[in-house]
Ligand binder design. Structure first.
Ligand code: URA
Length: 429
């Protein structure tokens, strides 16, 4: 087999066989297939797509490229969730204690931030002492005893996806439905989930900019899950602006605590309850979605959810003191207010630009090895639909840097205004 012939085949819209896909993925992972040929193939897939069988074969080739977690020592149905990536997305921090409080085991593998999108592991590492690198036996025993544990993705879980994702990031081939679907689903399959809830983000801060695209991605992933005997549900949620009011690491932990204590932003609370409710139904804790949603809401109101979060922090080695005293979380030295230049309703927010601004302030990485400033980030003071007067503060930047003009300009340009009130945003579509 020759890589050039396979690129030619896909360029002409042909269907790649299982053997051909295995040849490509194992060759690229081992270094025999060079970046330039893989880049050409990715662009051909971007334009010509893949059918269901090709996507399922690509998913399995990713899974087979590395280790698979064996979670059979964990009792019960292991339900995992995955978000396709967004700005201010701290949903995992809220759902872990909620789902665990319902008695459903959450054995969570999470990633670090990438580009304009944040990562759950980075956020949790803003908590003093929090260990995201639990040894395998401790991870399993925590899930059995407390129904929850989290770890950063092991270096050898789906290494082919890791290498190809990095190449996609620099070849403008991330926003391709077959490539996202196989990338997401391979990680969930390799990390041992029995059932999966997918949070498919749509809007200016997501890879899928329209509902039609989000639906197609959602259906593609659910099909892969079904074909591999994993119960899979996809929920399409809004990412036309950052989720909640905080974008950063320590500040997102604080906002997750507020949601667990019943004082959270409406959009964050609605999305987290929806995802958690589906997870608990798949795990068998409740008979239906409505029942689950109401019960989980009660966990929040009764204090059960925040108590479970305290336990989560403790069993991962962190100091839970910040939960009663959020002011003890890392704080930036400077707070720069961005003010509206004119009056009107906030009509749109470019969430991706907000994510990039947060990264420029130090909340994310420009390069893989950059260090994160846990205290850096942004507070979205005004969101879509709110009326502002010229001179009102619309966003506050939190920074320890001397220079923040570029981030300030990005935030300013990310907001657009209109004279009439825009239609309300649906948090869950
Ligand atoms: N998240 C992933 O894990 N993979 C993608 O390709 C896009 C979002």
């Amino acid at each position: 087999m020759r890589m050039v012939d396979l690129i030619q085949k896909k360029k002409q819209g042909g269907k790649l066989t299982r053997d051909e896909i295995n040849f490509i993925i194992s060759g690229y992972t081992s270094g025999e297939v060079p970046d330039y040929q893989m880049s050409a193939l990715l662009m051909a897939i971007y334009f010509k797509g893949m059918d269901k069988e090709e996507i399922a074969n690509l998913t399995l080739a990713y899974v087979d490229s590395g280790d698979k977690l064996d979670l059979t020592a964990i009792k019960g149905i292991k339900v995992d969730k995955h978000s396709t990536g967004g700005v201010g997305d701290k949903v995992s921090l809220v759902i872990i204690p909620l789902v665990a409080a319902a008695g459903i085991p959450v054995a969570k593998m999470s990633g670090r931030g990438l580009g304009h999108t944040g990562g759950t592991i980075d956020k949790l590492e803003a908590i003093a002492g929090f260990n995201t690198n639990l040894p395998g036996d401790k991870f399993i025993s925590n899930v059995n005893a407390y129904k929850m544990a989290i770890a950063g993705q092991s270096a050898n879980l789906t290494p082919a996806d890791k290498k190809i994702y990095a190449l996609r990031d620099v070849t403008a081939t991330v926003d391709s439905i077959p490539l996202i679907a196989s990338s997401v689903m391979s990680k969930k399959i390799a990390s041992g989930a029995d059932a999966i809830v997918l949070d498919v983000k749509v809007g200016s801060g997501a890879f899928m900019k329209s509902i039609d695209e989000a639906k197609e991605l959602a259906l593609t992933m659910v099909e892969i899950g079904k074909s591999l005997n994993r119960k899979t549900i996809a929920v399409i949620t809004d990412m036309s602006q950052p989720l909640g009011n905080e974008v950063g690491n320590a500040s997102e932990v604080k906002e997750a605590i507020e949601a667990l204590a019943g004082k959270g932003a409406k959009d964050l609370t609605a999305v987290a309850l929806t995802i958690a409710a589906h997870m608990t139904v798949l795990g068998g804790a409740f008979p239906d979605f409505e029942h689950a949603y109401n019960e989980l809401e009660r966990y929040i109101m009764s204090g059960k959810a925040i108590e479970k979060f305290k336990q989560f922090v403790e069993i991962q080695g962190g100091n839970p003191g910040f939960i009663d005293n959020p002011a003890s979380l890392p704080k930036a030295k400077k707070h720069i207010e961005v003010k509206a230049l004119k009056s009107g309703y906030v009509a749109a927010i470019n969430a991706e630009a907000i994510g990039v601004a947060a990264m420029l302030l130090g909340a994310g990485r420009k390069k893989k090895d950059d260090r994160i400033d846990y205290s850096a980030g942004l507070t979205m003071v005004k969101k879509i639909g709110e009326y502002v007067r010229a001179g009102d503060t619309i966003c506050i930047l939190h920074s320890n840097l001397d220079e923040h003009e570029e981030a300030e300009a990005m935030v300013m340009n990310a907001y657009s205004f209109s004279d009439s009130q825009p239609s309300p945003i649906h948090f869950v579509y």
